[in-house]
Design a protein around this ligand. Structure first.
Ligand code: FRU
Length: 439
């Protein structure tokens, strides 16, 4: 069973987690990811480097940052990238553990003028007062002629927050305090903070660690640069992705001005991760496809980057209702369905994945076959209205975009060669399918 994805970034061998350092530099897209050469989640993380001209074909450039110095000796942890004139700057966390298991954290800088070799300049931010060493994942951006950095943090009270810094030269950073209202519940740690400034509206993205789970969340609000505070509209964040396997997303703005997002198509309890069938092949996890962010009715939506269309090969269209069978025998496909309003509809991907939308209750049911036992993992999600459905299948993963990316569901799904796709609708719908380019 071929499980390696074709157009998703995955490690040749070893373990992948967060996307890091995303940027477009001198025309090329650069993506790093947290990597370990062995397929185990713990160890001294390396930044593995990939480059692409078109966001769909990626070249593996080997190790971008390796833990070699005292300030990063137990791992080059997550961080971000920015480009300014002819320089590509990477900010990351140097993770240090002592013999008693204590932790130290340093926010470090590495620079490059060719996008191939990165020169380490060492720590630029030390742990301020008031935080535990769970302080990591610097994200940097430019606003009002200055540089801003957010770092995911845990306060001494063991509460999650985000620390804000400002700089005029990218080297000297001034701490501005906690960016988030500490009377709100931010779990016990906020990992991988990011601010997606969409012009009129701003969105805070955090991978919130809470007792009931770790999730990639988004909060609409306003960034007040004077006060150094992010003011949330209302008090509820929403999940950025409602699938089974999504965490640690990061955004960046490319040279055309689009804001793109990629996330870790993985995460979960260690047992769950290690039970995945690819572990036997010596690799685990992948990154999501690049998604373009846009705002609709005050909400942050995600649609597949346009470049994904260049993967399409043979197209087939079907107009129909009742039972529709898609018999293309491929695990590398895109399927889109429109005209789904006012009906109950199901999409059945063999015995591996099933999606059911019930119009009476406005409930979406998702069933994904367990790989380590009998039965299905299930999700029930409320959705007032279903208009359209788009899915990307890639051997062992699926990404589903609903209502033009208003909701996204990302997951591992180990499709088999004989995966037959059945759709069932009550009314006439329009379905298009494309086989996608394989490696
Ligand atoms: C999120 C995370 C980050 C950290 C990295 C280490 O998945 O825990 O906070 O920098 O992974 O690999």
């Amino acid at each position: 069973m071929e499980m390696r994805p074709n157009y998703h970034i995955s490690p040749e061998h070893g373990f992948l987690n967060d996307p890091n350092g995303l940027a477009q530099f001198q025309g090329k897209y650069h993506v790093f990811y947290q990597w370990l050469p062995d397929v185990v989640p713990q160890g001294s993380k390396i930044w593995r480097h990939c480059v692409s001209e078109d966001l769909i074909h990626w070249e593996d450039m080997g190790c971008g940052l390796k833990p070699e110095e005292w300030y990063e000796k137990n791992g080059c942890y997550s961080g971000s990238g920015i480009t300014e004139e002819d320089t590509y700057y990477l900010f990351y966390t140097g993770n240090v553990r002592d013999s008693e298991g204590g932790r130290e954290t340093y926010q470090c800088l590495a620079v490059s003028s060719d996008g191939v070799t990165f020169h380490k300049e060492g720590p630029v931010v030390y742990l301020p007062e008031g935080y535990t060493p769970h302080f990591r994942d610097p994200k940097v951006w430019k606003k009002n002629g200055r540089w801003w950095m957010v770092v995911g943090a845990q306060t001494k009270e063991l509460k999650g927050n985000v620390a804000l810094f400002v700089s005029d030269d990218l080297k000297k950073w001034q701490w501005k305090g906690n960016m988030l209202d500490s009377s709100m519940d931010w779990g016990y740690m906020c990992e991988c903070p990011d601010l997606a400034d969409m012009g009129e509206e701003q969105f805070l993205i955090v991978s919130r660690q809470k007792e009931d789970g770790c999730r990639g969340m988004v909060f609409a609000g306003t960034m007040d640069y004077e006060q150094g505070r992010f003011h949330i509209d209302g008090n509820a964040g929403i999940l950025l992705d409602e699938g089974f396997d999504f965490y640690a997303p990061q955004t960046f703005t490319d040279e055309s001005g689009r804001r793109l997002l990629m996330g870790w198509l993985g995460a979960g309890e260690i047992e769950y991760q290690m039970s995945q069938p690819t572990v036997e092949e010596g690799w685990l996890h992948m990154l999501t496809i690049p998604r373009e962010l846009y705002v609709k009715n005050g909400r942050l939506c995600q649609k597949p980057a346009d470049e994904l269309k260049n993967l399409r090969k043979e197209e087939e269209s079907i107009y129909g209702n009742g039972s529709i069978v898609i018999d293309r025998h491929s695990k590398c496909m895109e399927i889109s369905a429109e005209g789904l309003e006012n009906q109950t509809v199901t999409f059945d991907f063999g015995k591996v994945l099933k999606f059911l939308y019930e119009k009476e209750t406005g409930t979406l049911h998702l069933f994904r076959k367990k790989w380590n036992g009998e039965g299905y993992d299930e999700k029930e999600i409320h959705l007032n209205k279903l208009e359209d459905f788009r899915i990307y299948l890639d051997q062992s993963a699926a990404e589903i975009f609903l209502n033009q990316g208003e909701k996204v569901l990302t997951m591992k799904a180990y499709f088999t060669e004989d995966t037959l796709i059945h759709i069932h609708s009550e009314l006439q719908i329009k379905v298009k399918t494309w086989l996608l380019e394989e490696k």
